[in-house]
Structures are given as structure tokens and as C-alpha cells.
Write a protein that binds this ligand. Structure first.
Ligand SMILES: [Zn+2]
Length: 85
């Protein structure tokens, strides 16, 4: 059984641009996303315990954005408002 490394990519949370390296986009570092193996639980949408789908984004994306938002505090919210304005 081969041991595969987790698939990793970097995404801008504003425009969703993808990169193999952690570039800067929209004035902050792109978010590191660990996508897991194809078909892994982390590739599924986030669901409530009753089966309701809470996000249509895969779990790996939600976790990556959550981690980044916790690190960045209010910076992300300000950046999103600025870019949508
Ligand atoms: Zn961007």
C-alpha cells in the first residue's frame, strides 16, 4: 500500500485563484488547503447531524478559511467588504 501525501494547493479567499505555491493575492497570503485523498471525508460538503447540507464548499476549503480567519482576526472581513464595495 503506497503512502500518498495529502494533496495541497493554495487559494485566494477573495477571487479563488489557485496556486501550487503560497503567493500573495489581494494583499494577503493565499490559504493553504489540504484536500486529502479523492473521496475522502474532507472532500464532502459540511453537513449537520440531521444530514442538512450547511455548505456546498468541500470541508477542506471551509477548514482552511476558518483557520485563516482565526489567525487574521477582522482583517479578512474588512478585505472582503472592501473588494465587494
Ligand atoms: Zn485574489
Amino acid at each position: 500500500m503506497a503512502t500518498q501525501e495529502s494533496r495541497v494547493l493554495y487559494k485566494c479567499p477573495i477571487c479563488l485563484r489557485c496556486s501550487d505555491t503560497q503567493d500573495f493575492c489581494h494583499q494577503h497570503q493565499m490559504v493553504r488547503c489540504e484536500m486529502g485523498e479523492p473521496g475522502d471525508e474532507s472532500t464532502q460538503p459540511v453537513q449537520a447531524s440531521d444530514g442538512r447540507v450547511l455548505t456546498h464548499a468541500p470541508r477542506w476549503w471551509v477548514m482552511a478559511v476558518w483557520k485563516m480567519a482565526r489567525r487574521a482576526g477582522g482583517h479578512l472581513q474588512r478585505t472582503i467588504k472592501t473588494n465587494r464595495g
